[in-house]
Design a protein around this ligand. Structure first.
Ligand SMILES: Nc1nc2c(ncn2[C@@H]2O[C@H](COP(=O)(O)OP(=O)(O)O[C@H]3O[C@H](CO)[C@@H](O)[C@H](O)[C@@H]3O)[C@@H](O)[C@H]2O)c(=O)[nH]1
Length: 433
C-alpha cells in the first residue's frame, strides 16, 4: 500500500503570489479549472494501490475543510488535512505526523511540494524506486540551465547507477544542472533518519541555553538540508531524471504558464474539460456552433460561466465559475476568476482577472508574459523580484485582485491592482494600492 503527502506551507509563504493569495490560500488558486493542488491529487489517485493523501501545512484547518470534502467526494480516496502547529519545515511535518503516515503500513509514500506543477511521473518513480532496493528516497530530477540551477537543489548523480553522490541545496556557485523538482518517493524506513535528525536537534536545542536568540526550533527539519545533503553519497538516495514538463509555481506569472501546460495535458487525459469543437458529435456540431463562442486552441470554461457567442477566447484561457464574458470580448493567455465580468469588446491578454472583478467596455487589460527563454534548452521560468534595481516595477502579467473595478475605455498595462480598488483612469507599470 502507498500514501502521498502534499506540502502546502502556510499563509506567510504565499507572499510572492499576492494579491491573489489575499483572498484564497495559494494552494487552492485555480489553474486550468482546478485548484493548484488538485492536479497533485489527480496524479496521486492514478497510482495503483495509493490509499491515502495527506495534505500538510500551517493554514488554519477551516481554510481547507471544504476543499478536502470536495476532493474526497470526487475521487473516493482518503484525503486529510493535517495542520502543523507552526512552520515545521519540509520534513518537520512529516516527522511530526509520522503515526498518521505510517498507519496501515504503507511500503512507501510520495512527497510532493504543493508549489510545483508538472506532468508528474509518479508511476514511473514508483517502479524506479522499487528497483533500487537500497533506496530510502528517490528524487524527481530535471535538467536546468547553468545559471538557473543554483536557485534549486542541485544533484550530482552517478550516471550508471542513478545514485545521488552529492547534493547541495541552492548552492552559491555552480554544482550541477540536474535539479530537484520537489517530488519524492520515500521508503518507510526514512523515519529512522528523521528521528535521528530530530534527536540531534533536541540535543542542540537544550545545549544552547545562551538565550542569544539563535536557538533553532527543535521540531523544524528541512528535507533538503537535514536529510538529502547528509544522505547523498551513502547509496540510499537516487534520482530519476525526467523530461516531462515541470515548473515551480511561485508567482502569479507562473500560474499563466502552468495554466497553458495543464490545459495541454487535458488533450491526452481529459478532453472533456476543454471547450473545443472536436469532441462534439458531427450532428450536434452545427447546433453547438450556434451557441458557442469562438474558441482558439486550449480553453477551459466552467459550466456556470456565461460567454457571449461573439466573444473569442484562447489560446490558453481559463474562465472560472459564474464569470460573465460580454459580446466581442477577446481573451488570450489569461485566467478569469469566479464571478468576474468582462464587458463588451474589451481585450484581456496575459492577465489574471480576480474574483468578482469588473472590467468595463472597450478596455484593454494587458500584461507581459514571463515564460522561460524559448531559445535556451532546459530554461525554467525566472521568478524576478517585483521591482528591479532602479526601483521600477519589473514588467509582468497584469493582475486584478478580487472585486476590482476597471472603467470603460482605459488601458491597464503591466500593473498589479490590489483588491477592492476602483480605478478611474489608465495605468502603466504600476502597483495600485
Ligand atoms: N507543511 C509545510 N510545508 C512547507 C513548509 N515550508 C515549506 N513548505 C512547502 O514545501 C514546498 C517547498 O518549500 P520552499 O521552502 O518554498 O522551497 P523551494 O524554494 O521551493 O525549494 C524546494 O523546491 C525546489 C523545487 O521547486 C527544489 O529544487 C529545492 O531543492 C527545494 O526542495 C512548498 O510547497 C512549501 O509550501 C513547512 O514549514 N510546512
Amino acid at each position: 500500500m502507498l500514501k502521498a503527502v502534499i506540502l502546502i506551507g502556510g499563509p506567510l509563504k504565499g507572499t510572492r503570489f499576492r494579491p491573489l493569495s489575499l483572498d484564497i490560500p495559494k494552494p487552492l488558486f485555480p489553474v486550468a479549472g482546478l485548484p493548484m493542488i488538485q492536479h497533485h491529487i489527480e496524479a496521486c489517485v492514478n497510482v495503483p494501490n495509493l490509499k491515502e493523501i495527506l495534505i500538510l501545512g500551517y493554514y488554519p484547518t477551516s481554510e481547507l475543510t471544504q476543499f478536502v470534502a470536495d476532493m474526497v467526494q470526487e475521487y473516493k480516496v482518503n484525503i486529510r488535512y493535517l495542520q502543523e502547529f507552526t512552520a515545521l519545515g519540509t520534513a518537520g511535518g512529516l516527522y511530526h505526523f509520522r503515526d498518521q503516515i505510517r498507519s496501515g503500513n504503507p511500503e512507501a509514500f510520495f512527497v510532493l511540494n504543493g508549489d510545483v506543477c508538472a506532468d508528474f511521473p509518479l508511476v514511473e518513480m514508483l517502479r524506479f524506486h522499487q528497483e533500487k532496493k537500497a533506496s530510502l528516497v528517490t528524487i524527481m530530477a530535471t535538467e536546468a540551465t547553468r545559471q538557473q540551477s543554483v536557485h534549486y537543489g542541485c544533484i550530482v548523480q552517478d550516471r550508471d547507477t542513478s545514485e545521488v553522490t552529492h547534493y547541495v541545496e541552492k548552492p552559491s556557485t555552480f554544482v550541477s544542472t540536474l535539479i530537484n523538482c520537489g517530488v519524492y518517493i520515500c521508503s518507510i524506513e526514512i523515519f529512522q533518519t528523521f528521528a535521528a535528525v530530530f534527536n540531534t536537534r533536541q540535543q542542540e536545542y537544550y545545549n544552547d541555553a545562551s538565550g542569544n536568540g539563535n536557538r533553532k526550533e527543535a521540531a523544524v527539519i528541512y528535507l533538503e538540508i537535514d536529510v538529502l545533503m547528509p544522505l547523498a553519497g551513502t547509496g540510499r538516495v537516487f534520482a530519476l531524471q525526467t523530461s516531462n514538463w515541470w515548473s515551480q509555481l511561485k508567482t502569479a506569472g507562473s500560474a499563466i504558464y502552468a495554466n497553458r501546460h495543464y490545459l495541454e495535458l487535458y488533450h491526452s487525459r481529459h478532453m472533456d474539460r476543454l471547450a473545443q469543437e472536436d469532441f462534439v458529435g458531427e450532428k450536434e456540431k452545427e447546433k453547438e456552433k450556434e451557441k458557442r463562442c469562438n474558441i482558439i486552441g486550449d480553453v477551459y470554461i466552467h459550466p456556470t460561466a456565461t460567454v457571449h457567442t461573439t466573444a473569442t477566447l484562447g489560446p490558453n484561457v481559463s474562465i472560472e465559475a459564474g464569470a460573465v464574458i460580454g459580446p466581442g470580448v477577446r481573451i488570450r493567455e489569461s485566467i478569469v476568476l469566479s464571478g468576474a465580468t468582462i464587458l463588451d469588446h474589451s481585450l484581456v491578454l496575459h492577465s489574471i482577472v480576480g474574483r468578482g472583478s469588473h472590467v468595463g467596455q472597450w478596455t484593454r487589460v494587458e500584461g507581459t508574459p514571463c515564460d522561460p527563454n524559448p531559445n535556451k534548452p532546459f530554461a525554467k521560468m525566472d521568478n524576478p523580484p517585483l521591482f528591479n534595481s532602479d526601483g521600477r516595477l519589473n514588467p509582468s502579467i497584469t493582475i486584478l485582485g478580487c472585486s476590482v473595478k476597471v472603467p470603460s475605455e482605459v488601458i491597464l498595462l503591466n500593473s498589479i491592482v490590489l483588491p477592492y480598488k476602483e480605478l478611474t483612469r489608465s495605468f502603466k507599470n504600476e502597483i495600485i494600492l
